[in-house]
Design a protein around this ligand. Structure first.
Ligand code: AHR
Length: 511
């Protein structure tokens, strides 16, 4: 946060920033916007071992499962209260023909997954399996429809198949396939990365197609679709501008994709072996999300000042080189304490932009990119990123509280970043939660926090940290990085004092 922002926020919370470094003021009585739990959403594609092996093992598998879906993965994701799951892609979505994935599994046609390793997709995981998975997870489905190589009719019929409860060709087909009752599906994507793998379109072409496709995405009965248009990659502000101008009120949300790549697309850098320089760049590039959210939101504000349209960051996370000796098309990477910090920074940013950001989906939940879960046959482990989501569930559907932070810098070779990243919220029970990241891999930070508009009576805390920034959980040592109770925090005279270890994510709970 720069000086001007600090002054502005201080004015907002009605206080002057305190003189010393690492001071946080939280305006506990001035919350306005709700942090949608959907900011903590997920993305799982037919890519590598995400769906197959990650969720789906089939009914006859020795891996304990319910109707073919792994019990251990479901349990772990329920434990972080997964709010939604985006499927089937990604790039895969614009080549996916949903009718190939219904009916008796042995009769389903096969296809080539051209985007991801050219492997044969046997369509054994389709619409029924996905919606069963969402029911087991207790989360909302978010389906990405095929605009790139599909048709208006195909997309329209998919919605009828899933959500129409009456008598109709598609609803009857669903019944024939074993599901009588219509499902509820709210989140519906109309194309994915249509500027790239989804069709290499210009924003004008996409806008026109969106309007056509979305017209036939019908609301059946009381099912109400929340239609999400394909938005920009990174800083392609022209895409957002053009779609906002041409599509306007025909959509409920517009997406944004941004990945943190420490080096470049040719050599992205290793997930586990990186220098401090590379760590610094990873964090710097992650913080760029703030500028992206601000600038895309500013454009949206011009067309939609009442903020009716959500900014949906439905692909974000780290993207490294694949692990040695793994299929390059499978995007399998390990996950270290650095990833936990990247996730925590991004989630703090989404929280702080929650007036506009209504959903975000990390890429991808299991075995792909910045995964929360890794599996190997019957084995499963939880990554450091998982534990960030575990801590941050305290913010689900809570009210964002304005904060004012003055803090030290993390410096490397003359480059500087704010050492701390913060967000705060108040939940329905009146508890205040503050998540703080100390990004400095070498130095602890003392933080004094003052609440305005309420008085703290009790504070407790949890911490996520590790001895090394590159530490990770492996199948041999699955608990190297995890969450524990944090004791270096005390409340005295209404001020909360905490000593935040280097490279840590801390959750304060205040009553
Ligand atoms: O998450 C991997 C890929 O990244 C997705 O399929 C695509 O949408 C993006 O380019």
């Amino acid at each position: 946060m720069n000086k001007l922002e600090v002054i502005f926020l201080s004015m907002l919370v009605g206080v002057q920033p305190l003189a010393a470094q690492n001071r946080l003021t939280v305006a506990a009585d001035q919350g306005k916007d709700v942090i949608s739990r959907h900011i903590y959403g997920h993305f799982s594609e037919h890519l590598g071992r995400c769906i197959y092996g990650g969720y789906w093992v089939g009914e006859d598998s020795p891996v304990p499962n319910t109707r073919g879906i792994r019990n251990d993965v479901v349990k772990a994701l329920r434990n972080i209260a997964i709010p939604n799951l985006r499927w089937p892609g990604g790039c895969f979505a614009d080549e996916y023909h949903w009718m190939d994935g219904i009916g008796p599994r042995e009769k389903r046609p096969k296809m080539v997954n051209t985007n991801w390793g050219g492997v044969t997709e046997d369509n054994s995981f389709g619409t029924h399996e996905f919606l069963d998975l969402c029911e087991q997870l207790g989360c909302e489905p978010y389906i990405s429809g095929n605009l790139g190589s599909g048709s208006v009719e195909e997309m329209s019929k998919w919605i009828e198949y899933i959500t129409f409860d009456g008598e109709s060709p598609m609803a009857n087909l669903r019944r024939q396939n074993g599901r009588d009752k219509a499902w509820k599906v709210k989140f519906w994507g109309v194309g994915n990365e249509s500027w790239g793998c989804g069709g290499n379109m210009l924003p004008e072409t996409y806008s026109a197609l969106y309007r056509q496709y979305a017209t036939f995405c019908r609301n059946y009965g009381d099912n109400r679709l929340y239609k999400i248009a394909c938005g920009a990659s990174d800083a392609d502000y022209n895409w957002t501008e053009t779609v906002m101008k041409n599509v306007g009120g025909h959509m409920n949300g517009i997406s944004l994709h941004y990945y943190t790549i420490p080096k470049n697309w040719g050599d992205k850098g290793s997930a586990t072996r990186f220098s401090e320089q590379e760590y610094f760049t990873t964090i710097e590039k992650t913080l760029f999300m703030d500028e992206l959210l601000t600038k895309h939101s500013n454009i949206m504000d011009r067309y939609d000042p009442q903020k009716r349209t959500g900014l949906i960051t439905d692909e974000w996370g780290t993207w490294y080189n694949v692990e040695p000796n793994t299929n390059p098309g499978f995007l399998f990477q390990q996950n270290t304490m650095r990833d936990a910090i990247v996730a925590a920074i991004n989630l703090n940013l989404f929280n702080r932009h929650c007036a506009r950001v209504k959903m975000a989906n990390i890429a991808q939940t299991v075995n792909v990119l910045q995964a929360l879960i890794l599996t190997e046959n019957e084995k499963m482990l939880l990554t450091p990123t998982y534990w960030t989501f575990f801590l941050y569930k305290a913010h689900h559907d809570a009210t964002l509280l304005p904060v004012s932070l003055t803090c030290d810098k993390y410096e490397l070779n003359g480059r500087k970043l704010d050492a701390l990243s913060v967000s705060a919220s108040k939940d329905n029970a009146g508890k205040i939660h503050i998540t703080i990241v100390n990004i400095d891999p070498n130095k602890a930070q003392n933080l004094e926090t003052e609440l305005r508009g309420t008085s703290a009576k009790k504070v407790s805390a949890k911490i996520l940290t590790a001895p090394g920034i590159a530490d990770f959980n492996s199948f041999e040592k699955p608990e190297t990085v995890g969450v524990s109770d944090f004791k270096a925090v005390k409340l005295s005279g209404g001020i909360i004092k905490a000593e935040l270890p280097a490279k840590s994510v801390v959750l304060l709970e205040i009553e």
